[in-house]
Design a protein around this ligand. Sequence first.
Ligand SMILES: C[S@@+](CC[C@H](N)C(=O)[O-])C[C@H]1O[C@@H](n2cnc3c(N)ncnc32)[C@H](O)[C@@H]1O
Length: 219
Amino acid sequence: MLDRIVHHLIHRRAHGHAASTHPEGGHVGHDLHGDGRFAGEHAERYDRQARTRSRSYRRTAREVAALVPDGGHVLDVGTGPGRLLVEIARARPDAEVTGVDVEPAMVELAQRAARAEGLGERVRVEVANVAELPLEAFSVDAAVATLTVHHWPDADRAVRELVRVVRPGGSLLVVDFRSELDGRFRAALDAAVPGARVRRARRWMWGMPVLASWTVTLP
Ligand SMILES: C[S@@+](CC[C@H](N)C(=O)[O-])C[C@H]1O[C@@H](n2cnc3c(N)ncnc32)[C@H](O)[C@@H]1O
């Protein structure tokens, strides 16, 4: 219940109106393209909101950095305006850093953010859906996904795709609503990789422990 209220508030802020046209229960459908929720001015507005969470992104970036071997490859799925992506690239100057997002407006913002930090050469950002990643099998050491899992219409397909691109022994770090991770994400993970090890931590937002962070080690 608390999750739903907080989620509603987040979307109200990001979109400037109530989220009632996109009831979360239905996981509004988009297949391989974005559903427009983060297009145009919504992307800009979300970016302004994301900038207020820079401490959280820095912390998550440090956690991701610790999961990547020297010269490794990090993937940020549903990178949005790239605030976390840039922090990861800063934290690990040796790493290859790729961001993908289904929404072209977000990809443009993330590319701009990387260029503004002089990281344009090393950070690659592409339009792509988590359900169909433009990456070779086992080419990623660690994938991260923050506040995006609850937008994926088909969690099973998404998790299967992540497991395809992350190498055995690699990691997935996801931050999302606790109910989302305990529900659809857990079921998808169990189906895709029954032997995966999960380390859970609580994350607070606006003083409430509605979010969780899961670090999954793939077998
Ligand atoms: C709430 S934003 C989070 C952005 C960023 N990860 C952050 O923490 O600031 C959710 C992002 O997920 C993206 N997204 C939603 N569904 C997606 C999908 N199926 N594949 C890739 N990106 C997706 C949206 O376009 C949006 O940019």
